[in-house]
Design a protein around this ligand. Sequence first.
Ligand code: ZN
Ligand code: ZN
Length: 327
Amino acid sequence: MHAMMLDRAGTSLRSGDVPVPRPRPGQVLVQVRACGVCRTDLHVFDGELPDPKLPLVLGHEIVGTVAAIGDGVVRFTVGDRVGVPWLGWTCGDCTYCRSGRENLCDRARFTGYQIDGGYAEYACADQRFIFKLPEGYSDAEAAPLLCAGLIGYRSLVMAGDARRLGLYGFGAAAHIIAQVARHQGREVYAFTRRGDSEGQQFARQLGAVWAGDSDTRPPVELDAAILFAPVGSLVPTALRAVAKGGTVVCAGIHMSDIPSFPYHLLWGERSVRSVANLTRRDGDEFLALAPRVPVRTEVETFPLDAANEALSRLREGRIRGAAVLVP
Ligand SMILES: [Zn+2]
Ligand SMILES: [Zn+2]
């Protein structure tokens, strides 16, 4: 099969042909129809996440069709449309797994990081960690739901019942979560890179009541803010923008260093927290909610061989909505 391989961090993905993987017991073989390109892929590509499997097939927003099943697979049959997310395997046995927090599992393994992902024509996945997908979404449109949507949704839950919600970084996750937040009756304040008037316009189209540069103050105090941009200096910026009791949620897996800031920004029972990975429960909840909103995803598709271009466009902030590879 055709695949885009990461041989080592910092080097371009290599286009190559490798054998189609064989599903082990409990796994399904998925023929990839679409695979989203996530910010986390860039962090792996750049070597900002330690010890990836190498060589590695990136990609953890896989939409595809079950092409074969391994021994003991009961949840899916050949021909089913499925989604494969970032969380690829957990131990089921550690204190986190036993307390409904499998996203924090000490031994968790992740798709497109420790397990080969979806920048390829086929991928294998553990049947327990993949999802049926809602109807009404094409394969490419469904792909961003699987990480931008799922982890975005978990971040939104962590923002509590905030009515005035700031979203810093208006990419794949924010363009989905803005729609969910609005459906829940919240006001969305969108922050983009300085001068990104196109991005700000996009945010307003999706229902943001205000959109502006990330270094400007919103017209009102926010109840919570979610940082999708991996920029540590936005943590004190967002703390300045939230009201007393407000939460700043850092949604990304990696972020540049957070500069020191005066305690009074945190004072008033403000809090800063991170969101790590996802649980299967997040997936079930969000994939049931998305068609009810209904969430509409905007995608830019690229052929599989253009994965390097898709990654660099994402790095430069030149993707409207989400980038998706279509083999
Ligand atoms: Zn565990
Ligand atoms: Zn992701």
